[in-house]
Write a protein that binds this ligand. Structure first.
Ligand SMILES: *[C@@H]1O[C@H](CO)[C@@H](O)[C@H](O)[C@H]1NC(C)=O
Ligand SMILES: *[C@@H]1O[C@H](CO)[C@@H](O)[C@H](O)[C@H]1NC(C)=O
Ligand SMILES: *[C@@H]1O[C@H](CO)[C@@H](O)[C@H](O)[C@H]1NC(C)=O
Ligand SMILES: *[C@@H]1O[C@H](CO)[C@@H](O)[C@H](O)[C@H]1NC(C)=O
Ligand SMILES: *[C@@H]1O[C@H](CO)[C@@H](O)[C@H](O)[C@H]1NC(C)=O
Ligand SMILES: *[C@@H]1O[C@H](CO)[C@@H](O)[C@H](O)[C@H]1NC(C)=O
Ligand SMILES: *[C@@H]1O[C@H](CO)[C@@H](O)[C@H](O)[C@H]1NC(C)=O
Length: 864
């Protein structure tokens, strides 16, 4: 305590400086007082260690030679009039053209001669790390070929609300699965020397009231500290650990404070706790102030203006631009003392650190989409897109082996629904895909790319059938509402394929009455009636759904004539071909389905724990995450709600058996070492505090010494004591009245030393491995996605079980293999809100393994 006194004295002696450096937390409305973010300053300057060391050192040297105006140019975008959706200014004196930043998470947006990849949600549905990385790698090659320095993906929000408009851009409703997919995508993109951007930091879980562009209402995501770390931060921490070069902060607020000026999440969490060494940019026109974001740790203002329609008056020179929060204004802030120039230096060092780390100073193509307008970057990526499309298709129902279809047995086939055919306006007929016409292969908004072509199901299926039996009759009805015509073709068919969909996207486009978020989670344009009319007359009705997320299926799923259901998600440009590979499984690319749901499909919308807030008169609508850790399957498990199809579910054309679970501690000694190391992480980084700006070094060094001492001496008791404290928090979060987290008293100037990338390195060390045998017990080759769920000891406030590992294994018929899934220290840890550390709970853990979150034939236990 006493070591903090000099720091406080310093602040009191310099009230003006104190106000600038510490700020005051944004106030909360009555009833929400506990949901405020503390102010964490100063912004920690980058510490170049490990494989960032040389890039940071080079950046530091480079930036030392720049004028303030040149530095400001790097921090501030030049409007959306540049060659990319975001462009920094240039440094003409040194022949540096600036950086091109370009959407999206599924390909190069607003460009041609590029590929349209399957959406993130489909990548996740493969549960195949190699395929996910291959997708990242192919997308990265396209970004590079188009001169894009910074790709604006992956997106890794959590899908808390089933109807949220942008869920499909991300990787589903589990932090572990999202974390793995995020890391694989980043690795793939960055292998091309392109900076990946993990977004949107953080808790950007719905479109209504999301903020941005001077919106009058911006919601606040109110999340307790344990849930924040264990759910929403998890994939971001994994991304930082994997060396992601950039982060994008979100439009929304967290605990009342706008994400891009929330010093707790940027300075405190991203840069200190996670030791992030790259740069963080604003979402497009997300900023609502100039000084606060700079002090809170924001490094780049995109795309440079205050708001859409209010661009800089001087768009060629950001350093002079006056219609944005930064640009010329950042120079004024430095000159009038409200932002230290060292902060601006750090913004630019971080940006160039990412640039050098990716090797962009050598041999990178000319900057920007326009300079590479005629470069065809598609290579043979269509093959991978088709493969991922098939691998991400989830077989939900297959009565009596209705699938795969055999062309020989089909004399007449009916294909119904507008989702089977092309968009009459063309695949790119609606700007940013803002309509739902024809087959659905991506959602709408900025998370899109132009289709080079889109293979619709009707043409792919027709081509396939004709190649085997040119005489087969194909009756197609693409009008969703002409049920008489549907009945006519369906009543005489041997098999009827009904195509239905449900769309969503980003809130700046409204489709029907869906302002980004879906208004309902049922099928669009009469899908249920279409299925009903078909199944009433066709005993072999196969439903194919292209949906952005879960849809309720209760009205028809048990219909005896609905023999099979394929949940194909958003497969990208090869949609129809990928479907043929699964539907018929007879060509050279025959695919036995092995996709698994990356979210729960509920029987009713009200079964989910949280929903969209559609209506509010408040300037800051409050979204309090009362369900805490209990999203998706965790909620259904803890409340004993039967889902229609559980998280992780998916059928195959074969069957699998499990046996022989064993759990082995990887290193008995390492375990203790790792925990001790994890608990004493601050000790490894005391040197970092000495690099802070001189005005704060003494103040920040002192508390760090204190925390090192207490964590070293108390590490055992921290672990032992954590059960009771964690229980307190979780019960509080359930009743939404937490005050035990101890972070609300303000203002707090509690900068702590910068930690290791992604948190203590020891957290990422293996501690256990779980092995078992899986056997293909059916008649055809197929891949099983084995899932490992962990139940923590009682008393730590954890859900009944959480996903902590998975493996996709290809097995020939009759073949069996031993599968080993490692668990890292972090995988068996919980976030302790009192010590502000990950700790391994004491007690008995239960491991369950199987093919979905509710079919878990193997069980074992281990004790920590
Ligand atoms: C938000 O407020 C809750 C409740 O006080 C607290 O546990 C949590 O740490 C806060 N998070 C942030 C990012 O401010
Ligand atoms: C800032 O960048 C613009 C181009 O984006 C360039 O015209 C201008 O000269 C740059 N300013 C400085 C100070 O280098
Ligand atoms: C725009 O920037 C240029 C180059 O820095 C400067 O000469 C000019 O005066 C600026 N124009 C306006 C309108 O600010
Ligand atoms: C410093 O300049 C910035 C940018 O023009 C302005 O917003 C801020 O109010 C100024 N602060 C002081 C203390 O003059
Ligand atoms: C759900 O929304 C879609 C799209 O706006 C609409 O077509 C459909 O009719 C709605 N469903 C119900 C049951 O209202
Ligand atoms: C199933 O389809 C057959 C036509 O093949 C029809 O006679 C029957 O009524 C249908 N069943 C139901 C429950 O609609
Ligand atoms: C925190 O909660 C306790 C009881 O749970 C109460 O006595 C105390 O006044 C609360 N503190 C604040 C700051 O709300």
């Amino acid at each position: 305590m006493s070591s903090k006194t000099p720091w406080l004295t310093l602040l009191l002696a310099l009230p003006a400086l104190a106000n600038v450096i510490t700020g005051v937390p944004d106030p909360a409305p009555p009833g929400f007082e506990q949901w405020v973010s503390p102010v964490i300053t100063p912004a920690p300057p980058v510490v170049g260690t490990g494989d960032w060391a040389s890039a940071v050192a080079r950046a530091r040297k480079f930036v030392a030679g720049l004028t303030l105006e040149e530095k400001i140019n790097v921090t501030t975008g030049i409007d959306i009039v540049g060659p990319c959706v975001g462009n920094t200014g240039a440094i003409p004196r040194l022949g540096w053209d600036g950086l091109c930043l370009q959407d999206s998470p599924l390909g190069v947006r607003i460009a041609d001669l590029v590929s349209a990849f399957p959406a993130g949600i489909n990548a996740a549905a493969t549960w195949d790390v190699d395929l996910i990385e291959a997708r990242g790698r192919a997308m990265g090659a396209e970004f590079r070929g188009k001169g894009v320095n910074v790709a604006l993906g992956p997106m890794t929000n959590m899908g808390r609300q089933a109807a949220a408009g942008r869920n499909w851009e991300g990787f589903g409703a589990d932090p572990f699965l999202s974390g793995v997919a995020t890391v694989a995508t980043i690795n793939g993109i960055q292998k091309n020397g392109v900076v990946a951007t993990v977004k949107h930091f953080i808790a950007n879980e719905q479109e209504h009231f999301r903020g941005g562009s001077e919106a009058s209402q911006i919601y606040s995501s109110n999340i307790d500290d344990k849930t924040f770390h264990e759910l929403y931060l998890w994939p971001f921490a994994e991304a930082v650990r994997a060396g992601v070069g950039a982060v994008m902060c979100a439009y929304n607020k967290i605990n009342q404070t706008q994400a891009c000026q929330n010093s707790k999440i940027i300075n405190g969490v991203l840069k200190e706790e996670l030791g992030f060494m790259g740069f963080i940019m604003s979402d497009w026109a997300a900023m609502i102030d100039g000084v606060q974001p700079a002090l809170a740790g924001l490094d780049m203002n995109m795309p440079g203006f205050f708001a859409y329609g209010r661009g800089p008056q001087n768009e060629t020179d950001p350093a002079n631009a006056v219609n944005g929060w930064w640009g010329a204004h950042l120079g004024e802030m430095v000159r009038n003392g409200s932002v230290p120039e060292a902060r601006v230096d750090d913004m630019v060092i971080r940006t160039f650190a990412a640039y050098y780390k990716m090797g962009q100073d050598k041999g990178f193509p000319p900057m920007g989409i326009r300079a590479n307008a005629n470069v065809n970057v598609q290579a043979d990526h269509f093959k991978l897109i088709r493969k991922i499309g098939a691998a991400s298709t989830v077989l939900l129902k297959n009565t009596g082996n209705a699938l795969p279809l055999r062309v020989k047995n089909l004399k007449r086939i009916a294909i119904v629904g507008s989702d089977a055919g092309p968009n009459p306006d063309g695949a790119n007929g609606c700007g940013d895909r803002g309509c739902d016409q024809g087959t659905l292969a991506m959602g709408w908004g900025s998370g899109t790319a132009n289709f080079p072509y889109l293979v619709d199901p009707l043409s792919a299926i027709s081509t396939h059938i004709e190649s085997i039996d040119p005489t087969a009759t194909i009756g197609a009805v693409l009008n969703d509402f002409n049920l008489n015509a549907v009945r006519t073709v369906a009543s005489t068919a041997d098999a009827c394929l009904v195509f239905v969909n449900a769309d969503s996207g980003e809130g700046y486009i409204t489709v029907g009455d869906n302002k980004g978020d879906r208004t309902n989670i049922t099928l669009w344009h009469g899908g249920e009636a279409l299925i009903g009319a078909t199944a009433a007359v066709c005993a072999n009705t196969v439903v194919v759904q292209h949906t952005v997320g879960p849809v309720t299926m209760e009205g028809w799923i048990d219909h005896p004539n609905v023999t099979a259901v394929l949940h194909a998600g958003l497969p990208g440009q090869e949609s129809g071909n990928a479907l043929v590979d699964v539907l018929f499984a007879d060509g050279p690319q025959a695919t036995n389905p092995s996709g698994r749901l990356p979210y729960t499909i509920a029987k009713a919308r009200g079964d989910y724990p949280a929903d969209i807030l559609y209506v509010s008169g408040d300037g800051t609508p409050q979204l309090t995450y009362d369900e805490g850790l209990g999203i998706d399957y965790r909620w259904f498990d803890s409340k004993n709600i039967a889902p229609r199809f559980e998280f992780g579910f998916g059928l195959s054309y074969t069957t699998f058996g499990y046996s022989g679970l064993t759990t082995t501690k990887t290193h008995h000694r390492r375990e203790a070492d790792a925990i001790a190391k994890a608990s004493s992480t601050t000790a490894t980084s005391t040197t970092a505090s000495s690099t802070k700006t001189s005005s704060t070094a003494s103040g920040s060094a002192a508390p760090s010494t204190q925390s090192v001492e207490s964590s070293l001496s108390a590490s055992d008791s921290v672990i032992a004591a954590s059960a009771s404290t964690t229980v307190a928090v979780s019960s509080l979060s359930a009743s939404a009245s937490a005050n035990a987290t101890g972070t609300v008293s303000a203002p707090s100037a509690g900068s702590t030393p910068v930690g290791e990338l992604g948190g203590p390195a020891a957290l990422y060390e293996p501690i256990l491995s779980v092995s078992f045998r899986v056997q293909n017990t059916g008649h055809v080759a197929g891949s099983e996605v084995s899932q490992l769920y962990l139940s923590f000891p009682e008393g730590y406030g954890e859900p009944p079980k959480v996903l902590r590992g998975f493996a996709r294994t290809l097995l020939q018929r009759g073949q069996s293999k031993t599968v080993t899934i490692p668990l890292r220290v972090k995988d068996v840890s919980v976030w302790d809100v009192v010590s502000q550390k990950w700790v391994v709970p004491k007690g008995t853990f239960t491991v369950q393994v199987g093919g979905s979150s509710r079919v878990l034939p193997l069980t074992g236990t281990f004790t920590m």
